[in-house]
Design a protein around this ligand. Structure first.
Ligand code: F6P
Length: 372
């Protein structure tokens, strides 16, 4: 019997998504399977916007950035439809059946793993692959998109050096990563940032300022600060943690709603932390400071060789697992191997930077200030 594979990309786009679609698709055609793409993440499956791939339609996409399928941050169980938030799981099940699918392949980050598990529990066969520039998906050594973004952020830090040096300035460079510091840490080390601030290590502004003043005393009148978008000062981290515990411990719906609203307020208050950090450093060091927010540049353009390789490895392994009838799993990269990990182990578990990680140790050994 010919197997029918549905495939979609969900969450923020990353370089390497097309390489992964091609990897699954070409290997699946080798097994005589049919491949049907759905547009714009889970929304395309709800709206049954399907694209049947012909065997040669997987050509020419390996090096292309973004996703040829389009993506969205829609969640199957909480989707905005006609101004209302609705659970569309049943519609997804209907469309899965209507397209005679044997399996749905979901390419996504942490949120997608949770959504995929929910669909598996609703009775679909689901396989996922880990993509995100944040590198924060559990149970996999690395996610595709990370290496490309790492290269872009490192290049930016390299370029910021000469202008910071010429003007004797501090330049604070904000790097994506959501609540994880992998990208800021990796690019900060590779680009030789003088200060690296991560969500995993709440910072003491005085420690950062003193590290910069120490450089000035040593004759270096410029500094590069690589700050993860989710980095927090110590007092902010404490406040946030207290509110998160209040939310977890809320006894009734009303208290939970209140705690949730407070958390949201705090998060939006902390959203312009990088600008605040820059102003504080100016005041504490007497140096001029500028801010560069790399933003979505980090997700754009052609994937690196490492991401193309990773996406192709995981994509082809995904087709093999489908052929073997293994579902309810994420295809993870562990060492040289592509490994099937149960979705239950992945969903809801974010992979943060351990504070004793070897990269942290190396950053400290080359004299980088980590804000603690
Ligand atoms: O998860 C990838 C990511 O790029 C994060 O680093 C960032 O916080 C977020 O997506 C930005 O999301 P959006 O594209 O919705 O602005």
């Amino acid at each position: 019997m010919t197997k029918h594979i549905g495939i979609l990309t969900a969450g923020g786009d990353t370089p390497g998504l097309n390489a992964a679609i091609r990897g699954v698709g070409k290997a699946a055609f080798g097994y005589d399977m049919q491949v049907i793409g759905f547009r714009d993440g889970f929304r395309g499956l709800v709206e049954n916007r399907a694209l049947r791939f012909a065997a040669d339609s997987m050509s020419g996409i390996l090096t292309v950035g973004g996703t040829i399928l389009g993506t969205s941050r829609d969640k199957p169980h909480r989707m905005q439809v006609g101004g209302k938030t609705l659970d569309m799981t049943d519609v997804i099940v209907e469309n899965y059946d209507a397209n005679h699918l044997d399996v749905l392949v979901c390419l996504g980050g942490g949120g997608t793993q949770k959504n995929a598990l929910k669909l598996q529990e609703a009775g679909l066969n689901v396989i996922t692959m880990p993509k995100t520039i944040d590198n924060d998906v559990a149970c996999t050594d690395v996610t595709f998109g990370f290496d490309t973004a790492l290269g872009i952020a490192t290049d930016a830090i390299d370029r910021l050096h000469s202008t910071a040096h010429s003007h004797h300035r501090i330049i604070v460079c904000e790097i994506m990563g959501h609540r994880a510091g992998w990208l800021a840490l990796g690019a900060g080390i590779a680009g030789g940032a003088d200060v690296i601030l991560l969500p995993e290590i709440p910072y003491d502004i005085e420690s950062v300022a003193e590290a910069i003043r120490e450089r000035v005393r040593g004759g270096k009148k410029f500094s590069i600060v690589a700050v993860a978008e989710g980095a927090l000062a110590r007092d902010q981290a404490q406040t946030l943690q207290a509110e998160e515990s209040a939310k977890a411990g809320a006894k009734n719906k009303q208290d939970k709603k209140k705690a949730k609203a407070k958390l949201k307020r705090l998060e939006s208050e902390y959203a312009d932390n990088t600008l605040r950090l820059s102003r504080q450093l100016e005041a504490l060091t007497g140096l001029e400071s500028r801010v560069t927010i790399l933003g979505h540049l980090q997700r754009g353009g052609t994937p690196s060789a490492a991401d193309r390789l990773l996406a192709t490895r995981l994509g082809t392994a995904c087709a093999d697992l489908i052929q073997q009838g293994e579902y309810g799993i994420m295809v993870a990269s562990q060492g040289d191997q592509a490994v099937a990990v149960a979705l239950e182990e992945v969903a809801g578990n974010r992979k943060l930077v351990p504070v004793d990680h070897p990269w942290i140790e190396s950053a400290r050994r080359v004299g980088t200030n980590l804000g603690d």
